[in-house]
Design a binder for this molecule. Structure first.
Ligand code: ADP
Ligand code: MG
Length: 678
């Protein structure tokens, strides 16, 4: 039922509830409290202690109103069997109308000492009329939105739950529930909103955390069964024909770490067990060379290769690099991205399907249905953390054979996450930066000054280049774009008059973006004003300066990725963060960035500031949002869920588990790629 038809809601309130993602009454089932109020811990008036918070119930004896300057004050005298106390509301003139003399109310407030009257008073935080249901229990506290009050929302959710819980069937068979100590679903939801005590709360939470993990694991497990029935993959041979030509022509020597990881990758490829390898290495560690080694090995065996990157700019960069090195070796490289003209796309799809295109570089466009390969043998995903779980498996299904997979990421991944998302991946760590890199110097300035501008100019005069980054978020896209555009004009006509300033942002046509990037690479542009489109992967080694406007508006890992665009050669680089922020959290972020360039250390700080829930939100990791679970704290339940999921998935056609499959169908992000299972 639509939530607006619930008694006491109506269209106006419903519009506000929509903002909380409450559209239908059934949405209440997964609308969980972020904390609770334990109203069983009530105090009597005589027990109240100054400077503490309290809950109490008392009868209203008298109500007074007064004004003092701009303040409107409502004062109610409350009594219980142990005494009386004044309770105060500021600037809520409607309170008087709502309070009724001689009726008992429930109050939450802060006890303070009033020096004028020499008595204790209560500054009221919240109050409601006593009805037997909600004064002696633990009540939920929900996230709010403007114009909705806690007690109002509480009552709406309670009504919706009453309606929905009666019809809620638990998809888990009873024996499985008992075996694994899982509370039945309707009870778990009811208790998670209104726990009777700590024990029921924990049991409810356990079930819901399990729920969060289970379906993800279940979907992954079925996927694995469907795609990798026979575990036999391609056993590539290392011919070293193309590889040696490529690596002998490299202008630098591979690092020890690169050599080690390349040999791990080649060893995987030579076995007839399909490769599933994750390469993790900080920004600038040289992950592209690992990809090259794998690509060349596959090409030497006459297989096609697909490499997928999260942005068109990055895909284009890879395409250019590979074209430059592989074309002379007689390899046909093609680019497939969403913004190509339809005609061109069809052509590339044809080239891929016929096998003429040997290496296909692209974005998400690669995993569309229309794309088929003639003999794909290896898939590579760059900046894997930008993709969803299922995008990986969609790419894997592009071949009739069980192909090899290599994924690259700069994001440090804790064990529990590896288990969840990359459960079946082996891990290689690229823990060494190419030699001669001087650590990037990072400064945090309140505003740009002449000294710094002079420094930037001196870098430009040496033939180096600069990025000048503006924030851009969807919510304020127009204003942000304007700031970036005006910023570039301002710089061009002002301090950088003598230089060429360019502008790059996500709203530009791909063609324009390519032209600008090419000009920047060729040094026809010296200062590139950009939004975060350059955040991942972009590699222009002579860029030695980065200015970041409004540093406080970026996340920490985003800042780290951005800064990773400089310091990519042996020239010293400088990153200048501009921010006048005074909030504690953004200060911590900026300070952390100034103090270290180590991606792992920054990830720790980030985790600490944001909390795991946020850090592993879907944007960061490609992980579906967890409603209740916390990936770090709930690792035990994750393991349990994985175990149960693997067990049930192995028999997923069993009619007993049909309800679980039906439940999965209602989660489109997890069901992608499973359509064929029936
Ligand atoms: P990332 O790990 O961030 O993807 P890239 O593969 O883009 O890093 O490499 C970063 C830069 O370092 C590139 O300009 C690349 O040419 C250079 N590079 C890679 N390996 C080496 C090496 N062994 N020695 C010197 N420079 C290297
Ligand atoms: Mg890269």
């Amino acid at each position: 039922m639509e939530i607006q038809y619930l008694k006491g809601v109506g269209p106006a309130v419903a519009a506000k509830l929509n903002k909380l993602n409450l559209f239908e009454t059934k949405d209440a089932l997964t609308f969980f409290p972020h904390s609770y109020q334990d109203r069983r811990k009530r105090k009597k008036i005589a027990q109240l202690v100054v400077d503490t918070d309290c809950f109490l119930v008392g009868k209203v004896l008298r109500i007074d109103e007064s004004t003092k300057g701009n303040f409107h004050i409502t004062k109610a005298l409350l009594s219980d069997e142990t005494g009386q106390i004044s309770c105060i509301w500021f600037n809520q003139p409607f309170i008087k109308k709502n309070l009724k003399i001689d009726f008992p109310v429930f109050l939450q407030g802060k006890v303070e000492f009033d020096f004028l009257s020499h008595r204790k008073v209560i500054k009221v935080i919240d109050y409601e009329y006593v009805d037997a249901r909600n004064i002696d229990r633990i009540v939920p506290i929900y996230p709010l939105t403007k114009g909705i009050y806690q007690k109002q929302l509480r009552s709406i959710i309670e009504k919706a739950l009453e309606l929905e819980l009666i019809n809620l069937k638990d998809p888990f068979p009873e024996n499985i529930r008992q075996q694994h100590n899982l509370l039945v679903l309707d009870k778990a939801i009811a208790y998670f909103h209104y726990p009777l005590d700590e024990k029921t709360y924990l049991a409810a939470k356990h079930r819901l955390v399990f729920e969060d993990f289970f379906y993800l694991q279940f979907s992954l497990a079925i996927n694995k069964l469907l795609t990798r029935k026979q575990e036999k993959g391609i056993a590539f041979k290392v011919h070293n024909t193309l590889s040696s030509q490529y690596f002998n022509n490299l202008p630098y020597k591979l690092t020890k770490a690169q050599e080690r990881v390349i040999s791990e990758v080649r060893a995987d490829m030579q076995r007839d067990i399909p490769m599933n390898r994750l390469v993790q290495g900080d920004v600038g560690a040289g992950k592209t060379e690992i990809a090259m080694a794998a690509i060349l090995t596959a090409l030497e065996n006459d297989y096609q290769v697909a490499i997928m990157a999260p942005t068109e700019i990055l895909a284009y960069q890879h395409y250019q690099k590979m074209l430059k090195y592989l074309l002379p070796l007689g390899i046909r490289v093609e680019l497939l991205v969403g913004s190509l003209q339809e005609k061109l796309k069809v052509r590339k799809q044809y080239l891929t399907a016929s096998g003429s295109a040997q290496l296909l570089v692209g974005t998400h466009a690669l995993i569309q249905d229309k794309v088929t390969f003639s003999n794909l043998g290896l898939a590579i995903i760059d900046e894997q953390h930008r993709f969803g779980v299922q995008q990986r498996s969609s790419l894997m299904k592009k071949s009739g054979e069980v192909i090899d997979l290599l994924v690259l990421t700069a994001t440090p991944i804790p064990r529990s996450l590896t288990l969840t998302l990359y459960g079946d991946l082996d891990k290689s760590i690229l823990d060494e930066l190419p030699p001669g890199r001087t650590p990037i110097k990072t400064l945090w300035l309140k505003k740009m000054d002449k000294l710094t501008i002079d420094y930037i100019k001196s870098e430009l005069d040496k033939g180096n280049q600069a990025y000048w980054v503006f924030p851009l978020v969807e919510e304020s896209e127009k204003i942000d774009l304007k700031a970036a555009t005006e910023g570039s004009q301002y710089l061009q006509n002002g301090v950088f008059q003598k230089y060429k300033v360019g502008l790059l942002h996500g709203k530009m046509k791909q063609k324009e973006k390519d032209v600008i990037m090419a000009m920047f690479r060729n040094k026809e542009i010296q200062v590139l004003v950009a939004t975060t489109v350059i955040e991942v992967g972009v590699d222009v080694p002579d860029a030695t300066v980065m200015v970041i406007e409004h540093g406080e508006r970026f996340g920490l890992s985003q800042l780290h990725q951005l800064r990773g665009r400089i310091g990519r050669s042996n020239k010293p680089s400088t990153c200048i963060l501009l921010s006048t922020t005074r909030t504690l959290i953004s200060k911590r972020r900026l300070e952390a960035l100034v103090s270290t360039t180590d991606g792992f250390k920054l990830a720790e700080v980030d985790l600490d500031i944001r909390g795991p829930g946020d850090y592993f939100g879907s944007k960061q990791s490609g992980l579906p949002t967890m409603l209740v679970a916390n990936l770090i704290k709930d690792e035990k339940i994750l393991l349990q869920a994985k175990q149960v999921a693997t067990l049930l998935a192995s028999d997923f056609r069993n009619p007993l588990y049909r309800p679980l499959i039906e439940a999965l169908k209602l989660m489109p992000h997890l069901y992608v790629g499973l359509e064929g299972m029936n």
